[in-house]
Design a protein around this ligand. Structure first.
Ligand SMILES: [Mg+2]
Length: 246
């Protein structure tokens, strides 16, 4: 396969046991050497997209908030980098989310996660707050359902959002609008439940070996699943890309 573009999840896929290691730089160098762009697709807030694009000059686009937001770099005549945000859901949906989030924290004894501060198209509640009280957990979920708010859980958060937001939808929008590459000319790396929409609809997906923790919870699995300690997170991404980009 001739790969023209790489997409990758961030936490657990490009980070090793929560740490950003030198492997990440090796991945950037390898892709740069083959002129293959990398677009990170993360569930983290838009502020993280700003951080990544500010400090890693090999990156030009980052998809964040699970697909709700796309940030890109525009260069001026002097070559200075300026960041531009594109919101991938309507203003109506982000406004609705604002109201629902406010009502939720007024109504229930839960608080939004600290990183909800930087979020625009989704919000998060600490799962630990909900796990303490099964009844509360049920009530919060029923509240979100009754307001037609979508939600999913990671290992730390219950994320919720309004409108149609997913990593695969954001990837398709990005390809159509900015790159004109076909989906089948690209590859995606991931490790978790919030990558599932991509595993479902993308023809070339790779799960790094730590995906084994959630494999039985995934209805749609990656096309290829790497195995072994040598393929955890960025080690797996690096090994696979080395074998692909010869
Ligand atoms: Mg992940």
């Amino acid at each position: 396969m001739v790969v023209k573009q790489v997409f990758s999840d961030f936490d657990g896929t490009l980070t090793l046991h929560d740490e950003l290691t030198t492997h990440f730089h090796e991945i950037l160098e390898l892709l740069k050497g083959h002129s293959v762009p990398l677009v990170i697709c993360t569930g983290r807030s838009k502020s993280w997209a700003h951080f990544l694009l500010t400090h890693f000059f090999d990156l030009e686009y980052v998809i964040s908030e699970g697909g709700g937001s796309l940030t890109y770099v525009e260069k001026d005549k002097e070559g200075r980098r300026h960041l531009k945000d594109v919101t991938l859901v309507s203003d109506e949906m982000t406004t609705k989310l604002q109201f629902v989030a406010k009502e939720l924290i007024e109504k229930f004894p839960v608080s939004l996660s600290v990183d909800s501060f930087g979020r625009h198209t989704d919000r998060a509640i600490e799962l630990s707050d909900l796990k303490k009280d099964a009844h509360l957990n049920q009530e919060v979920r029923a509240f979100l359902l009754s307001h037609k708010v979508n939600f999913s859980t990671s290992n730390v958060h219950l994320n919720f959002w309004c409108g149609e937001i997913s990593k695969i939808k954001a990837i398709k929008t990005y390809l159509e609008k900015y790159k004109k590459n076909k989906l089948e000319e690209t590859i995606f790396f991931g490790d978790s439940l919030n990558d599932e929409t991509v595993f479902k609809d993308h023809p070339n997906t790779v799960g790094v070996s730590n995906i084994d923790k959630v494999l039985d919870q995934l209805e749609h699995k990656p096309t290829l699943i790497l195995k072994g300690r040598e393929n955890v997170g960025p080690l797996g991404v690096l090994n696979y890309l080395k074998s692909l980009l010869k």
